[in-house]
Design a binder for this molecule. Structure first.
Ligand code: PRX
Length: 650
């Protein structure tokens, strides 16, 4: 745990990539003054961005700030589904592809804006038939199929609050989320495809709902008979059957107040009860819409491929509300990135002509592990911008992305944000910002992020501390569902009126922000405070290493000692010589105080289902404790493998 806000800045990284003249010339934002203008009057900046939405009634006041509670665009009314779909049906985009969907087995569907709109209307009629009204909660437990987007937008059209639960979650996790928000209806599928097998979604739903107040379950038939799904008379109804019973007419969009809740999304974190993060209608939509235009340079001609599952905030903002509100075309893929082969994503990039590709560092490190040969059959020529999110991207992973996917010519936007922030907060503007591998660069216009010490004073360039957001922004979470105290304490408890994301960050001499990982993971070796990202990046910098996770374990002399868990690139063998070499490599990159005490090789690292490394579990293993809650772990067998590896090393 941390005792001081100051983080030592250790990793040396000096490469800089300015935007190309060509990219700059065509960029949506290429006038540097946007930063200054937004900083001088953030409210005016956001009010101007808000004009990109279609309002039923214009807002009268931009912001009301009673810390920690913000209200944006007061008096305004609008509808999120109308903004994401219907307004495009009334424009030149009517017959433009909204969703290019590919199923895991290779089936595909295309929805134009007009077709999508009709499906949303039908689904809104269906939900209404099931008794769903404005303000009701609807839990959505679906795989990455078009009905997931249609369900979310149908809720938005009615004014119901959707709560999407990632389809990889268990019955227990679903139950917890359904009960917490008192969902009236659950939308699921009979089962979902996963790596050639099935996920028994309906069976999980039945288990989750026993004894709850859920009135109806709407079931999409994705698999059919082989799913083994059973229907409960009076409660369950198939989507395709109910669809036949409702009118094939437009569903009038509910006129929502700017501050009405659009959705809840539970963040599990690594411990404790999941928090239902509450997002508003107007503020969230303004944030999502603004960032696709500025950070992702989205144009009408773009095909946006975000690999995140819609069960996470990245999918909400960058598969659904951001690109659709801006009238773009999105690629949506149902399956795993390596199913049925390792080139699957690149095959899709070429097939659909994706222009913007947004993924997570963990995927890039997996590609590094495999080696670049599987990319050979693909041209990737349609791509013009790459982006990363979810964890700090190690400089070497950034360089790999840049050279092998970007062919050395595409801009990379590393976007730092959170479920709670709604949209990208620290990120380059690709037509303006010179990027540095491993840094999310600087706050986007309209966002005031700072790095502060324990007392809340801003650190000088060259130092580190807590990342904070000092002013409210439109897409910030409004509260935690049913637990406003938790909202206050978690995010505003340390520095009153100032949002604390919980990440450590370092500010370099140019004022660039380097996210160093979660503050709780910071390691303190003999008084040197070291961010996990720095040591991990030094390890990934070595040509033998694909991925690394480091933790601090208790050490009698140093306070903490560094243990590194390392995944090697394919074809590289583990050896005691390699251990020595890697330790030395870290010393050269950072300094002697960061030398790992021990290095363990492992085929996989424990990750959450949203692909973040679970360092807490690694600490448990290294300290010989009983391994804590593993329910959010994507592959629980990893723990046994790691424990065995750790024992062998002793
Ligand atoms: O620690 C930061 C890390 O992910 C956390 C937020 O996780 P979540 O709410 O699941 O949202 C992920 C998608 C927005 C942050 O507190 N994180 C996210 N993006 C980055 C990052 N760390 C470093 N660099 C990033 N680009």
């Amino acid at each position: 745990m941390t005792t001081t806000g100051n983080l030592d800045a250790l990793l040396r990284e000096t490469r800089v990539f300015p935007p190309s003249d060509e990219f700059r010339a065509q960029a949506n934002v290429n006038d540097e003054r946007i930063y200054e203008r937004a900083a001088q009057d953030p409210e005016a900046y956001w009010a101007e961005q808000a004009q990109q939405l279609t309002w039923f009634r214009p807002f009268e006041q931009i912001l009301e700030w009673n810390p920690p509670h913000a209200k944006w665009f007061l008096g305004g009314t609008l509808n999120a589904a109308y903004n994401a779909v219907d307004r495009h049906r009334e424009s030149h985009r009517k017959n433009k592809a909204a969703i290019l969907w590919e199923g895991e087995p290779g089936d595909s569907r295309v929805y134009t804006y007009d077709m999508l709109g009709r499906e949303v209307d039908r689904a809104a009629h269906m939900l209404s038939r099931l008794g769903v009204k404005k303000g009701d909660r609807v839990a959505i437990y679906l795989p990455m199929i078009p009905e997931l987007v249609i369900s979310m937008l149908a809720c938005a059209k009615i004014g119901a609050i959707h709560s999407v639960v990632f389809a990889g979650f268990s019955a227990k996790a679903l139950r917890e989320r359904v009960v917490d928000c008192d969902a009236k209806v659950v939308i699921t599928a009979d089962a979902g495809h996963r790596r050639g097998g099935f996920i028994p979604l309906k069976q999980n739903t039945d288990e989750a709902l026993a004894g709850t107040d859920v009135r109806h379950v709407l079931v999409v038939q994705r698999i059919g008979e082989a799913s083994g799904a059973e229907m409960t008379e009076g409660r369950d109804v198939y989507w395709h059957e109910l669809a036949k019973q409702v009118p094939n007419t437009p569903y009038p969009p509910a006129e929502m107040d700017a501050e009405d809740i659009l959705f809840l999304l539970y963040t599990s974190g690594t411990t404790g009860k999941p928090k239902g993060i509450v997002h508003s209608t107007a503020g969230y939509l303004v944030g999502a819409n603004t960032s696709v235009r500025t950070v992702f340079d989205l144009k009408d001609s773009d095909v946006f491929f975000c690999t995140a599952d819609i069960g996470w905030i990245t999918g909400h903002t960058y598969v659904v509300y951001g690109p659709l509100s801006a009238g773009a075309t999105v690629v949506m893929y149902e399956g795993a990135p390596d199913w049925p082969h390792r080139g699957r994503l690149w095959e899709l990039v070429d097939k659909y002509g994706a222009t913007i590709f947004y993924t997570a560092p963990t995927l890039i490190r997996t590609l590094m592990k495999w080696g670049p040969q599987f990319l050979e059959p693909y041209s990737l020529d349609s791509l013009r911008l790459l982006a990363s999110v979810g964890e700090p991207i190690n400089p070497e992973a950034w360089m790999w992305f840049h050279s092998h996917i970007g062919k050395g010519r595409l801009p990379i936007v590393d976007t730092w944000w959170q479920t709670e922030t709604g949209c990208a907060m620290i990120a380059p503007l690709p037509g303006l910002t010179s990027t540095k591998p491993g840094s999310a660069t600087r706050p986007v216009p309209g966002i005031s992020a700072k790095v502060v010490d324990e007392e809340g004073n801003e650190v000088e360039p060259g130092h580190g501390g807590y990342l904070v957001i000092t002013k409210p922004w439109p897409s910030m979470l409004r509260t935690v569902w049913g637990d406003d105290d938790r909202f206050r304490n978690t995010y505003f408890g340390k520095f009153p009126g100032i949002y604390l994301p919980g990440d450590g960050a370092h500010l370099d001499e140019d004022g660039y922000v380097w996210i160093l990982g979660r503050i709780d993971d910071v390691i303190n070796v003999s008084g040197h405070r070291i961010g996990t990202m720095e040591v991990e990046s030094a390890l990934v910098d070595h040509p033998a290493v694909a991925e690394a996770a480091v933790i601090g374990r208790t050490h009698e002399v140093k306070g903490q000692a560094i243990t590194a868990f390392v995944t090697l690139r394919e074809g590289v063998d583990a050896s005691p010589e390699l251990v020595t070499e890697l330790k030395q490599h870290v010393v050269e990159k950072i300094g002697a105080m960061a030398r790992p005490e021990e290095i363990l090789f492992t085929a996989e690292l424990p990750k959450t289902r949203s692909a973040k490394i679970m360092r807490r579990l690694l600490r448990d293993i290294a300290e010989g404790r009983v391994v804590g809650d593993t329910t959010t772990l994507a592959d629980p067998s990893v723990i046994e493998q790691l424990k065995a590896a750790y024992k062998d090393s002793e």
